[in-house]
Design a protein around this ligand. Sequence first.
Ligand SMILES: C[S@@+](CC[C@H](N)C(=O)[O-])C[C@H]1O[C@@H](n2cnc3c(N)ncnc32)[C@H](O)[C@@H]1O
Length: 196
Amino acid sequence: MWTLCSLESFASPRFLDLSGAALAADKRRLGDRYTGVQWVVADVTKWQPSQTYDLWHDRAAFHFLTDHADQSAYVDRLKLAVKSEGYVVIGTFAPDGPERCSGLPILRHDADTLAPILGSDFVLIDTRRQDHATPWGVVQRFQFSTFRRAQRDGFAVTVKEETPNIQSSAVGCCSFRRRRVSGLVQKITSSGTWAV
Ligand SMILES: C[S@@+](CC[C@H](N)C(=O)[O-])C[C@H]1O[C@@H](n2cnc3c(N)ncnc32)[C@H](O)[C@@H]1O
């Protein structure tokens, strides 16, 4: 779940999941502390975003897309949803992570497999690994890769802090209240929250 402080710092956050039950659980956890989230029950490969966003964050959804057509449809959604110079964070099980997630087959990834799928519109700016300890005592090896949507003139960005471990609906999108490239980087803390 994105933290409350993070939600208040971002404009128009949307949480998307195929499962209404997953979204309802997130909504319960959030309670009435923040009412600005829009909850979207949709297949991310078919979603028609009504606006564009500065940030797309996916933790453990993309790896369920095991065929090329679904991956390609996902990238089409990214192109519709993410602004020029916007950020895309994709967290999946790493190549040495589990072969199944929630009992379903998945494809494990790293930056080398994700980058060609996303294509030249999205430039890899950071990748890192994370060992996630589950409540049932198992370590799941994740990778989080961060891409930036290219603009014509090009850019150079260095991410120095931790990629966040946001546990929420499958995909979260939002806009920044203040547009500061370095700001995003600075606000990703080692505790894994978008502390603003
Ligand atoms: C392993 S859970 C991860 C949930 C959360 N992001 C987290 O990190 O704890 C994967 C979620 O992806 C959702 N999902 C799988 N395929 C999807 C798709 N095509 N479109 C939208 N959501 C999808 C599932 O419903 C499930 O809630």
